[in-house]
Design a protein around this ligand. Sequence first.
Ligand SMILES: *[C@@H]1O[C@H](CO)[C@@H](O)[C@H](O)[C@H]1NC(C)=O
Ligand SMILES: *[C@@H]1O[C@H](CO)[C@@H](O)[C@H](O)[C@H]1NC(C)=O
Ligand SMILES: *[C@@H]1O[C@H](CO)[C@@H](O)[C@H](O)[C@H]1NC(C)=O
Length: 328
Amino acid sequence: MDIIWELFIILHANFIICISAQPNVPKIHEGWWAYKEVVQGSFVPVPSFWGLVNSAWNLCSVGKRQSPVNIETSHMIFDPFLTPIRLNTGGRKVGGTMYNTGRHVSLRMDKEHLVNISGGPMTYSHRLEEIRLHFGSEDGQGSEHLLNGQAFSGEVQLIHYNHELYTNYTEAAKSPNGLVIVSIFMKIAETSNAFLNRMLNRDTITRITYKNDAYLLTGLNIEEIYPETSSFITYDGSMTIPPCFETATWILMNKPVYITRMQMHSLRLLSQNQPSQIFLSMSDNVRPVQPLNNRCIRTNINFSMQGKDCPNNRAQKLQYRVNEWLLK
Ligand SMILES: *[C@@H]1O[C@H](CO)[C@@H](O)[C@H](O)[C@H]1NC(C)=O
Ligand SMILES: *[C@@H]1O[C@H](CO)[C@@H](O)[C@H](O)[C@H]1NC(C)=O
Ligand SMILES: *[C@@H]1O[C@H](CO)[C@@H](O)[C@H](O)[C@H]1NC(C)=O
């Protein structure tokens, strides 16, 4: 047995017995995880323990296609059959509620005006459910995905669910082809992305300083959050929070968006806690990268590596050959 796990059992046996003896406290259970060890004297499972403390989360430990990952650009495969991503807002602006969840800045979209995406690696249309921000306590850390081993100062994740097959996000998150998450890296610059400026200007962000604070935003144009590029990188992975279901197709946009130094500072001043508790910065809300395990990373960026195969995907391999042959 793993030494750390053994220690953990000895230290926390009482607590484990206590929760398993009370199966009808799922809320406490669902929220019983953290990114980093913080509070002295109380144990909250950090990423390496997520899969061990709750059998419903065991994919976090044993899963073979987990997220985030480090993208080695030299291992990407150009897939000429990836179509551009289509964003469908119906030409309308949308509203949503911005929350401090204690772990992320989370913008949950209103159900009134729906935004869908399709194309790219997607077989179905997917509906925007939530926009989530991850960010670091220092510049150059804070993104979940890495690019050639390098982190960015933050990562915006636009979480969509397959509304053609499933009735809601919860249902989709545990089902095949359930989620599509568009990921956009954040960098610090003099100017700010217009959409992020709506969320992160001082007047707005200071309204969600503490856990469970919420603030309504209206008149948002989702198009504005996308950087000016049609190139992307895609791979099959998982949710980056428990229960780590392996139902997510990731789409990483090939350009970052920018926020100002002041806006990054405001993010770092958000607390994981309620006002009555000590201030703990929400920053570094990042799951470490997971092994790629021979998964294929595809891109629509043509850098002439066409024809290289996906090592663990025979069906696709065959299809590449057929398609190449058809192209000639
Ligand atoms: C990819 O780039 C190569 C070299 O520039 C070119 O010959 C090829 O036609 C391109 N393929 C596609 C699908 O655009
Ligand atoms: C998204 O898809 C649903 C169901 O197909 C459709 O009713 C809705 O109009 C779409 N939204 C937009 C903005 O096109
Ligand atoms: C999601 O849909 C399922 C199946 O239709 C339903 O049982 C469940 O209550 C819904 N959950 C939410 C949060 O709406």
